[in-house]
Design a protein around this ligand. Structure first.
Ligand SMILES: NC(=O)c1ccc[n+]([C@@H]2O[C@H](COP(=O)([O-])OP(=O)(O)OC[C@H]3O[C@@H](n4cnc5c(N)ncnc54)[C@H](OP(=O)(O)O)[C@@H]3O)[C@@H](O)[C@H]2O)c1
Length: 326
């Protein structure tokens, strides 16, 4: 097997690569982070690209010249987002740069279909941004019977990424970004992954969301460990507390607190900065498993986040749960 040493396809026309992160921080925007980046001819795929952080990430990667696949469950919303981005870019993004892919992470079959459809294009995939996610207070199950945070935020992205390994490997230096969160601090996950699917205890929204965000980080870590030799580097990101539609299903009190807190939150332009940085900065292309916050490498907010044995255990369990043949 060929050993691919680094993500060496990133080109920055200005800026010293090594000093780039030093000037950036909590209020930096995704456009600032990507200043001088040339992603011309590179292919990116963003899940949940029709709104919030995914839409802004799509816009900024495309402004840098990338061809971006917007992988969304609702094609009407996806087309509208695509039009918004093109209109707002006033010609700086060519129509051909933005394509749509139907991806419903609520179903493993549909997730597999989406991955197969992408693979049929026969193109390399340089950047995969596993961005889509839910944060809900009530118990909900996916069509495959998984607790929804587990199923959508982790398992479907796990399957999707694994089914895209061929185009990722073909990129010879691909990066995968997992949208994690400081909410991993609410996780109840432990070694043994006991009752990972919430079948034997009363459901609770925050630990369920927290578990899925801890899993996102553990997944990125393990993916890097397994596939760095194929040139695939994966990182996890906490984008900040960002004003998006993420809390749409939360109760009235939560929404009221959200409204009051809005002035202190990041806007989407700032919120998307950390994932764009982790995806394209040449500094972070050689080895993966890092966790980013406010445009810097940070310590993840859970004691098990860097537990290699748990990451390995989660990988094995996920393989079984999604029925993946490795
Ligand atoms: N906002 C924050 O403060 C914050 C903080 C930490 C981490 N994050 C993470 O950042 C990521 C993006 O969130 P956001 O804040 O931008 O939220 P958002 O505005 O609600 O966007 C979420 C995206 O995920 C998509 N999605 C949800 N369920 C899906 C499914 N079954 N199949 C395919 N796509 C699905 C949504 O599509 P629809 O529009 O069709 O529902 C939407 O495009 C999430 O993973 C979230 O956990 C956000």
């Amino acid at each position: 097997m060929a050993i691919i040493l680094a993500n060496n396809w990133f080109a920055f026309s200005t800026d010293s690569e090594t000093n780039m992160a030093k000037r950036l921080g909590k209020r930096s925007t995704a456009e600032q982070v990507s200043q001088g980046a040339d992603l011309g001819g590179k292919n990116a795929l963003v899940t949940g690209a029709n709104t919030g952080l995914g839409k802004e990430t799509t816009r900024v990667l495309a402004l840098c010249g990338a061809n971006v696949t917007m992988a969304c469950r609702d094609q009407v919303k996806a087309e509208k987002a695509r039009e918004d981005i093109l209109l707002g870019a006033s010609g700086a993004i060519d129509e051909s740069q933005l394509s749509l892919l139907e991806l419903d992470l609520n179903s493993l079959d549909k997730t597999q279909q989406a991955a197969e459809e992408y693979c049929q294009r026969g193109e390399e995939l340089h950047l995969l941004i596993n961005n889509a996610g839910i944060m809900i207070p009530m118990e909900r199950r996916t069509v495959d019977g998984f607790e929804a945070h587990l199923g959508i935020n982790h398992l479907a992205h796990f399957l999707f990424t694994n089914l895209l390994l061929e185009p990722l490997t073909a990129a010879e230096g691909a990066r995968v970004i997992a949208l994690s969160s400081l909410a991993m601090s609410f996780a109840s996950l432990k070694h043994g992954l006991k009752d990972i699917n919430w079948e034997n205890r009363k459901f609770s929204g925050w630990p369920a969301y927290g578990n899925s965000k801890l899993m996102n980080h553990l997944f990125a870590r393990e993916l890097s460990k397994r596939y760095e030799a194929n040139g695939i580097v994966a990182h996890a990101v906490h984008p900040g507390v960002v004003s998006t539609e993420l809390a749409r299903d939360q109760n009235g009190l939560f929404s009221m607190i959200g409204v009051l807190a809005t002035p202190f939150m990041k806007n989407v332009e700032q919120g998307a900065a950390t994932q764009v940085l982790a995806a394209i900065s040449p500094e972070y292309g050689d080895s993966g498993g890092l966790y980013f916050k406010d445009c810097r490498v940070a310590k993840p907010q859970h004691k098990l986040a860097n537990d290699g044995a748990l990451a390995e255990e989660l990988w094995q369990r996920s393989v079984e749960l999604v029925g993946l043949e490795e």
